[in-house]
Design a protein around this ligand. Structure first.
Ligand code: HEM
Length: 475
């Protein structure tokens, strides 16, 4: 790579650059940001990338332990990798602890298995199916707003509130249960996420890592999550066997159980795959939308003029009635606000792939197994694409669509990814977010609490380190 002009921090025995990455991350997490400097969160979130890209150039090489990683920020190269026309850039496979979160499920797997799982998921997220989920989403928001009555005129921490909301929505729509029923699984997944994130930069010899406290605890959580999911599956199967129900249900869980029992081997999925899918969807369906809603409310609490615009739109469209599926598609201002919020605070910032074989990427020859690390933030925050006001919250930049907002570089905006592995739950997440925002805005106005400390950090998804506190006023 050096002979091709690619430079980077020097490799250190076994650790590579993991220790430096960890130290930079720790340092960044220890210092909150000032909101008066605009919304440039790249240096806080991925400090090593910002620092090394300045020294070594837009594309540079770093080492995670003994694994070389090419960090790329050039749009043309990112497009080539994520669009993956020749199917040579594969998902990096879940490594170490990460495997315990996502297993070999839809978000990670490749080939025929991916085709099969993606088809099942596409079916669940089909537009007509989504319409049918609107009432369940509304009833979850309604429950949240009931709780909010206790906070009128007071401060409320919305990140936790949206955790309960998004957990309830995915539990109801995908698994036919509720937040409380799924709570045990969510709690265990949360703890596992913590271990995964903290373990990401801890490089250990494989033989030692088998016996660490984290490894033992994550193994235990892994087993317990699987057992809880198995119980859910068994309950549904028993109902069909006993004749109480004549099918496994029309939600995602029902679709997965049906596929598990499919007589056609090509369509069949194993019990292990079924469990992995359920846990991936519990995770992906909750954490991401939780993040989107929390950052959007933060931005609206600061920019009360946009809050007012969004409220006017929600009131004009829905009056005193709850949102209806067709109306949701007509929320123009709220869509622009969500676009701008996911530009500045994308819930998922990091993407990883590896080259399946030796391959030519742009002008570079990559060896097989080279890992590619991509982030959407450098592009979401590039002044050449968005203009000098790039760090400012200006939803109006999206008023004439993404192409215009990006100065004809629409691929530079990819909060939901791009190419074949683009987010399968995008429309689900956007529908849920629009319903929640419309219903909140019609009932409350809110301002940022003086207690708020601005400290975004990446904990697999983008999260507020100290929560997001706003003061709630009933309208
Ligand atoms: C604001 C909300 C969300 C954001 C920003 C988001 C973001 C993303 C991104 C960036 C990817 C692509 C990752 C890559 O290329 O490596 C992705 C994939 C995925 N997302 Fe989402 N997501 C969101 C909501 C959801 C929801 C609600 C679900 C499910 C209920 C979901 C399920 C998935 C799955 C299963 C994949 C893997 C798809 C595949 O590999 O074929 N996401 N998401």
């Amino acid at each position: 790579m050096a002979s091709q002009g690619i430079r980077g921090p020097s490799y250190r025995f076994i650790q590579g650059n993991a220790k430096e990455m960890w130290n930079m991350k720790k340092e960044a997490m220890s210092k909150p940001m000032s909101l008066s400097q605009g919304h440039n969160i790249f240096h806080k979130l991925q400090p090593n990338q910002e620092y090394w890209a300045k020294i070594y150039g837009k594309n540079y090489l770093q080492w995670l332990g003994t694994q070389p990683q090419l960090v790329i920020t050039e749009l043309e190269l990112i497009k080539e990798v994520l669009n993956n026309k020749d199917r040579v850039y594969l998902k990096s496979g879940a490594q170490r602890f990460v495997k315990k979160l996502f297993g070999d499920g839809l978000a990670v797997t490749e080939g025929e298995k991916w085709d099969k799982l993606r088809k099942l998921a596409n079916h669940f997220f089909h537009a007509e199916n989504l319409k049918g989920m609107v009432p369940a989403m509304m009833s979850s928001v309604e429950m949240m707003l009931e709780r909010w009555k206790n906070y009128e005129g007071k401060e409320i921490e919305v990140f936790e509130e949206f955790r309960v909301l998004t957990s309830d929505v995915i539990s109801k729509t995908a698994f036919g249960s509720s937040y409380l029923e799924g709570k045990k699984i969510f709690d265990m997944l949360r703890r596992l996420t913590f271990i995964v994130t903290m373990g990401f930069l801890k490089i250990k010899l494989p033989i030692i890592s088998k016996f660490t406290k984290d490894e033992i605890e994550s193994d235990m959580l892994d087993r317990e999550i699987s057992n809880s999911i198995m119980e859910m599956v068994k309950k549904r199967e028993d109902k069909v066997t006993s004749g109480d129900e004549d099918n496994y249900g029309s939600d995602l869980l029902g679709g997965l159980i049906k596929a598990h029992h499919d007589a056609d081997e090509m369509k069949q999925i194993s019990m292990e795959d079924l469990i992995t899918e359920v846990r991936s969807f519990y995770f992906a369906g909750q954490e991401t939308t939780n993040s989107l809603l929390a950052w959007t409310v933060l931005l609206l609490a600061i920019h009360t003029d946009w809050q007012e615009e969004a409220r006017k739109e929600a009131v004009n469209l829905f009056g005193q009635h709850n949102p209806i599926a067709d109306g949701i598609a007509r929320l123009k201002v709220i869509s622009q606000i969500i676009n701008e919020s996911t530009r500045l605070y994308p819930p998922v910032v990091a993407f990883s792939r590896h080259a399946a074989k030796e391959v030519r990427l742009g002008n570079l020859n990559l060896p097989a197994k080279m890992e590619l690390v991509i982030s959407n933030l450098p592009l979401h925050l590039d002044p050449q694409i968005w203009g000098e006001d790039v760090y400012e919250f200006k939803p109006e930049r999206f008023s004439e669509g993404v192409v215009k907002a990006t100065n004809n570089n629409s691929a530079a905006y990819f909060p939901f990814g791009m190419g074949p592995r683009t987010c399968v739950g995008m429309n689900f997440a956007l529908t849920e977010a629009k319903i929640a925002l419309s219903m909140i805005l019609r009932r409350y106005s809110f301002t940022l609490s003086p207690a708020y400390v601005h400290s975004p950090y990446a904990f697999i998804t983008l999260q507020p380190q100290h929560g997001i506190q706003v003061v709630l006023q009933p309208l």
